[in-house]
Each structure stands twice: as C-alpha cells, then as structure tokens.
Design a protein around this ligand. Structure first.
Ligand SMILES: Cc1ncc(COP(=O)(O)O)c(C=O)c1O
Length: 422
C-alpha cells in the first residue's frame, strides 16, 4: 500500500524558507551574506560565559543542580530576573498588572514560545493577523498549524491600526471574527522592516483587542526579540505594558540577540489563561529548556555582566548600522528607498517596481555573481490566495558580517542594482 505515512500537520509543514540562502554561504565562503540574521560573531561573550560557568561549577552543589534537569517553567531565579528587568527597563507594572514570576515561562529561544502559543490557540482554519511584511519563520509555524493568515500593512509607525480595524471588519462580515485567535506583532525594530510600533499604536492595539473580546477569543502575540538592541530613540514600553489586566497580550523575549544565540534561551510573559496550556504543551515537548544555560544567564544577570554586555553589543551594532546606511547612500541609485532603523539588525529596501528581487529574478542573479546575498522581500509576505506579493523589496542584515564586509557587500549590491536598472 502506498499510503503517505506523514501526519496532516507534517504535510502542511514546509522547509525553512531561507535555509538554501544559509547553505549558499556555507558552500561559498567568499559570498558576503547580508541575508542571514545571525548575531555579531566578534562580540559573542566568551569571557563572560566562562566566568559564569566557573562561578557555577566551582561550587559543586550549585554546579550539580545546574547540570540536573530543571523545571518545565524554568529556573525560578531567572524568571524573577526577567520580570525585574522588564519592570525596570520596559515599564511593566507587576503590582498594577497582577504579574508575578509565575507568569514567566523560560523557553528554548523565543521561537519555541511563538510555536507553543500558536499550538495551544490555533486550529486549522482559525485566523491569525500578521504584519505585512512579517517575520518569515513565524509564517512557517502558521502554515503548519493550518491557520488562515491575513497580512495587515506596516508603515513607518508599525502595523497600521486603521488597516487592522478594516481586517477585523471584514472578518466580522464574513462571520469569521469568532475564529480570530492571534494578532502577531514584532513591536521593536521589526524583522524584516526594521521599524517599531509607535507608542500610540501600542495603546490603540490593546484598546481595539479589548473592544472585540466579546466577539473573538483573540490574543496579541507581541514579539519583542529585538527590544534590547536599541541604538537611538526612547525605550518605549512594550504592548504588554498596556495590558492592564494581564488578559490580552502574550510577550515573547529572548537572550539570543542580546547575549548569546548559542545558549538559545528565550521566554514568555503570559496572560493567566495561557500559562497552564503552554506549560502542558511544553511538558510534552521537552519538560524544560536547558537548565545549565538558564543558570549561566541567571549568573550573568545577577553579576552585572549581562547589562555590561548589552551595552557593548549595542555600541557595535549601532556603528555597523550607521556605516551600512552611509554605504547605501553612497552606492545605491536614487530610485532605491529605505528608512534608517533605530535598532535591531535589519534594513528594508524598496526598489523601483520594474525590479524583481526574487530568487529567480535578474537582481538576485547579478548580486550572487558579484558575491553578495540578500533576503528577497517576497519571503516576508504571507502567500495569501489571490494576492500578488510585492516583488521589489529586500531585507539586508548588518548583524553577522564585519564592518568592512558590510560595506563591501553593499557596494557589490549597489553595482547589481545599477546594472539591473539599465
Ligand atoms: C522577530 C523574531 N522573533 C523571534 C526570533 C527567534 O529568536 P530566538 O528563538 O533565537 O530567540 C527571531 C530570530 O531571528 C526573530 O527575528
């Protein structure tokens, strides 16, 4: 019998969208990758991590506890520190919002929190609204759970609330508002646009969700992956800070961007209603994320090494962002357009509509010939049936390459764009 042995979910699950871009770089180390969103190799904290490991392991009982399994929800001390940091730095008000460390769940990177939340809320056919453009790895999760996904346009102030209201109105008209489960926003220095949701829109988003709660079981999934990579502008409170009753917003954070991606540790700050289902699901998945990594992060935070390190990485990325924007100014033709972000790892560029930035297009071929890779913008728009995706955008990352190679990569890309335009 030639039956397909795979589950329906496995059949809905495709390969990671840009894994071929990663392997292109591995196959040809001379290529400059302005595509991968990896963090800066040169600032990864070897000395700090070694110091934390020593402190933990030289104290044998503490070391043994660290090398033992932890709990599903994560190391209590780290969960306390996470809430403290979000209170001091991001303006959360635990007393007023009813938040305690029990609302914090430590996960294996914030990606797995996004996965867990989506798993516990979304059945096939449920609706999820996301930014247009949006973080493409999250789109993979949405495809795999069988969500009906609709894009909401993003402008220089983040997701447009008027467009969100329209999308909600259309769902109401179609009788689908009751199936709206999630509104996903990357609130700080969005991947891929580099832009943040303005404070007014953060407040309006919560107001809007509260207004439709009687008709829809929707939650906001706020992805704050880049919150700590801020190089300019004020430290706006997250959408979560406006969730006065802790019942509307699940916040996802991570230490991967600010400290070490290799420790792959993130967290969620969850509404009461979601804690138990998320922990149940996580119990099945791994009954706890790596305990030793959590102990390292806890030690780094308590000793002050973490805060110092965040300052160092911010300064490094800020100078790379400035040089990347200067190089774009120097090497891109007039017709190219971008907004300089105030943080994060990405610059989003829009080219004339005659240029197709896709992997089969002329620009991508020319860029690869000149030895530079970017992420074609079409990967950042969900493939909604019947909708033409914008073809003339691209995402550049200045995170992983050195200052010299970022500059050289942009020079090569400028040549490819100029040649494609002629
Ligand atoms: C917007 C966004 N959210 C979440 C993640 C997941 O990060 P991690 O699982 O490494 O914490 C990433 C990674 O690049 C991201 O860009």
């Amino acid at each position: 019998m030639k039956q397909n042995p795979l589950s329906e979910k496995a059949r809905r699950t495709g390969p990671p969208p840009i894994s071929w871009l990663m392997s292109a770089r591995l196959d040809n180390p001379d290529l400059i990758s302005l595509a991968v969103g990896f963090v800066d190799q040169d600032t990864l904290p070897c000395d700090d991590t070694l110091a934390c490991c020593r402190t933990i392991l030289e104290d044998t009982p503490r070391g043994r506890a660290a090398l033992q399994y932890g709990s599903t929800s994560g190391l209590p001390a780290l969960r306390e520190s996470i809430l403290d940091r979000l209170t001091v730095e991001a303006g959360l008000a635990p007393d007023r919002q009813g938040l305690t460390p029990d609302h914090v769940v430590v996960t294996t990177g914030s990606q797995s929190l996004l996965y867990l939340i989506t798993e516990v809320l979304v059945d096939p056919g449920d609706v999820v609204l996301i930014g247009d453009p949006s973080y493409f790895v999250y789109m993979g999760i949405l495809g795999s759970v069988g969500a009906e996904v609709r894009g909401v346009p993003v402008d220089e102030n983040g997701m447009r609330i008027d467009a969100l209201e329209d999308a909600i109105g259309w769902l109401r008209d179609e009788g689908k508002l009751g199936r709206l489960k999630l509104i996903y926003v990357v609130s700080y220095f969005q991947n891929p646009s580099g832009l943040s949701l303005s404070p007014e829109r953060r407040r309006e988003l919560v107001r809007l969700v509260r207004d439709i709660r009687a008709e829809s079981p929707v939650f906001v999934l706020e992805d704050g992956a880049y919150r700590e990579l801020r190089y300019a502008g004020p430290a706006d409170p997250p959408v979560k800070a406006y969730d006065s009753e802790n019942d509307l917003v699940a916040y996802a954070g991570t230490f991967c961007k600010s400290f070490s991606a290799g420790l792959k540790t993130g967290y969620g700050l969850l509404p009461d209603r979601l804690i138990e289902p998320v922990l149940n699901e996580k119990g099945n998945l791994n009954f706890g994320s790596p305990n030793f990594n959590q102990c390292i992060l806890d030690e780094a935070i308590r000793s002050g090494l973490y805060a110092r390190h965040v300052e160092t990485v911010r300064a490094g990325y800020e100078s790379k962002l400035r040089l990347a924007c200067d190089a774009l100014g120097e090497h891109m033709p007039e017709e190219a357009d971008w907004i300089e972000p105030q943080g994060g790892l990405y610059i989003w560029m829009t080219l004339p509509s005659s240029i197709d930035t896709g992997p089969a297009g002329e620009l991508f071929r020319r860029a690869t010939d000149h030895g530079v890779l970017y992420v074609p913008g079409e990967f950042c728009f969900y493939p909604e049936p019947g909708r033409e995706k914008p073809k003339n955008c691209l995402r550049l990352s200045f995170g992983v390459e050195s200052p010299d190679t970022v500059r050289e990569g942009i020079r090569r890309l400028g040549r490819a764009v100029a040649e494609t335009l002629t």
